[in-house]
Design a binder for this molecule. Sequence first.
Ligand SMILES: Nc1ncnc2c1ncn2[C@@H]1O[C@H](COP(=O)(O)OP(=O)(O)O)[C@@H](O)[C@H]1O
Ligand SMILES: [Mg+2]
Length: 235
Amino acid sequence: MLQVKNVTVHYGKALAVDSVSLEVNEGEFVAVIGPNGAGKTTLFKTISSIIKPTSGEIYFDGVRTDVLPPHEVAKLGIAHCPERRRLAYRMTVMENLELGAYLRKDRGSIEEDLRFVFEMFPVLKERKNQKAGTLSGGEQQMLAVGRALMSNPRLLMMDEPSVGLAPLMKEKISEAIETIKKERNVTILISEQDASLVLSISDRAYVMETGKIKMQGKGKELIDNDYVKVTYLGL
Ligand SMILES: Nc1ncnc2c1ncn2[C@@H]1O[C@H](COP(=O)(O)OP(=O)(O)O)[C@@H](O)[C@H]1O
Ligand SMILES: [Mg+2]
């Protein structure tokens, strides 16, 4: 479904992503784990076409996307749930969710998706008329995930959904992601510094360090890998 081929990205002269190749197949749950500064956010922004690569190519369903503007990529069915949420803070919870659905034509299913989001995150329903900027960090993250889901994407990209959250809230977000995986017909690409949150629920994962893919494998295999254990799971 998604193919990233030898993608290199610079900020000015600084190299951020170094010849990365990655694939996500339809229906898969794929994680990119790596420390701060590894290039995960840059990679995700490049997949969304927010940043243009210096070299390399990206394809979605065989369509080359790195040459398209971001809204065209969104229309193809890629939703990007950005790092540190970036919501419309002055708008209400409900308005943010509606914003997520603005590209859709299938009005009938929007109601259904809204119900799913509210069922998964009841606190969003309780606070639907509250301004997004007044939510707690965890609630904002729920809203960001909910908003991305409201676009009914084929590929849902979540960039470090747990960053900056307290352990209990991290757990909640991770459970919600598992629910999405089980109940929605959506392919997921997620980045995380906290490998323990995603490796056990991912089909495959890539380890990214200083702009490069250092290793890849099935989620379960990586959990058993000595390097991953010591470096990312603190075992
Ligand atoms: N807007 C930017 N301008 C210049 N350098 C940046 C910018 N954003 C990120 N970088 C640099 O690119 C590298 C990768 O960063 P990033 O993609 O944010 O990594 P991660 O998401 O894995 O923490 C880092 O060295 C970072 O300092
Ligand atoms: Mg990041």
